[in-house]
Ligand binder design. Structure first.
Ligand SMILES: Cc1cc2nc3c(=O)[nH]c(=O)nc-3n(C[C@H](O)[C@H](O)[C@H](O)COP(=O)(O)O)c2cc1C
Length: 369
């Protein structure tokens, strides 16, 4: 007998009812202006994908130093806040909760995009070696980052707070802290990128300190039940390596579980940033970590409708994200509901450019929806 669909059940997230369990996960598309100001084209893109139950914005940088790539939006200036308002309103038009993903890339940045023209800052002066920076001229090696001073860490924590306040002003319902994919928060968590000898390095407690300070600061602007955290526990993409990932991330999830957060967002082990790869040898089953968290769990990575229903049915996830499927199928929830065929993702226009490969994927005209 066919099981009933759970994807279209509602769920209360941070006191807010969601129309379904389908998540638009954070997807960088590089369509803001060069000053990180959201555009009308972005408004159209989010309007098209407003059928999700939860819309998480693309990574939004918290300060000019936090960025790695051109045309990524920010939430640190008044113009950015004003320009986000219509984008957020468009994403909310069918009742989705809309969260901003707050992002600082740390050592994944490059001197060519740093305001002072110097190498980026990170927990320790350890470069990424297995990967190359995507510069306009092509791939170039990552630089040795400058080690953050404790005063600079405090400044970054405060910048997260300002960005969260700005997110509320722009109309976002909540924020997601990007603690995945080897970016700054993840650089503090993993011992391959954090060799500090002060109270931000060494023990698990010390390596989690930065994340917990950011949560405390952000919680001055919005309740904990409107703050989500994204982790990619098994990924070693961008040298996010640890001698004992299982203990590190189990400890992190247990600690986060005490904070009354909106959700924990787990990226599946087969995902390296934005692509599907072989599962790393030291990968941790998502269900194992999800079981340590009593609140709402989002799982994203390589899922389709069938596997998502399975995750909901077996209790691993409460919500499921669909990244690449949602890029190519703006009306993904309607397609799931009606069993309509899915459009394939086209390589052109994934990062940067204009309308093509961004807002020109077709939506089905389905009567009665
Ligand atoms: C074009 C593109 C941009 C992405 N940008 C972000 C981002 O800004 N922040 C983030 O946490 N993950 C980002 N991701 C990762 C996705 O959120 C997601 O984890 C990944 O695509 C796996 O899910 P999927 O198999 O459903 O696509 C990006 C992925 C893609 C394909």
């Amino acid at each position: 007998m066919e099981r009933p669909s759970r994807l279209f059940d509602s769920l209360v997230l941070g006191g807010q009812p969601l129309p379904n369990r389908i998540v638009l996960p954070p997807l960088t598309r590089s369509r803001a202006t060069n000053d990180g100001i959201p555009t009308q084209l972005m408004e159209e893109y989010y309007r098209q994908r407003a059928g999700a139950g939860l819309v998480i914005s693309e990574g939004v940088v918290i300060a000019p130093q936090a960025t790695a790539y051109a045309r990524v939006p920010g939430l640190y200036s008044a113009e950015q806040v004003a320009a986000w308002r219509p984008v957020v309103a468009a994403a909310k038009r069918h009742g989705a909760a809309v969260y901003a993903q707050l992002w600082h890339v740390g050592r994944q940045s490059h001197s060519t995009v740093q305001p002072d023209g110097l190498p980026p800052k990170a927990p320790s002066a350890i470069p990424i070696t297995g990967y190359q920076y995507r510069a306009p001229s092509g791939r170039i090696p990552y630089e040795v980052p400058r080690e953050l001073t404790t005063a600079e860490i405090t400044d970054i924590v405060q910048a997260y707070g300002t960005a969260a306040r700005n997110a509320v002003r722009a109309g976002f319902d909540g924020v997601e802290l990007h603690a995945a994919n080897g970016y700054l928060i993840d650089q503090f968590l993993n011992d391959a990128s954090n060799q500090r000898t002060d109270h931000y390095g060494g023990s698990y407690e010390n390596r989690m300190r930065f994340l917990l300070e950011v949560i405390t600061e952000v919680a001055r602007s919005l309740p904990a039940e409107r703050i989500g955290v994204r982790l990619s526990p098994s990924s070693d993409w961008m040298d996010a390596r640890d001698t004992d990932k299982r203990t590190l991330y189990s400890t992190a999830v247990r600690t986060l579980n005490e904070l009354g957060l909106a959700y924990l967002h787990l990226v599946e082990p087969e995902i390296a940033g934005s692509t599907t790869v072989a599962r790393p040898e030291d990968s941790i089953p998502t269900a194992e970590l999800a079981a340590l968290f009593d609140g709402v769990v989002i799982v994203t990575g390589g899922h389709d409708q069938t596997s998502a229903e399975r995750l909901l049915a077996d209790g691993t996830a409460d919500l499921v994200g669909f990244g690449r499927l949602f890029i190519a199928n703006p009306d993904l929830p309607q397609r799931f509901r009606t069993g309509a065929a899915l459009e394939p993702l086209r390589p052109a226009g994934i990062y940067g450019g204009g309308h093509e490969g961004y807002t020109d994927y077709p939506s089905l005209a389905i009567s009665g929806l």
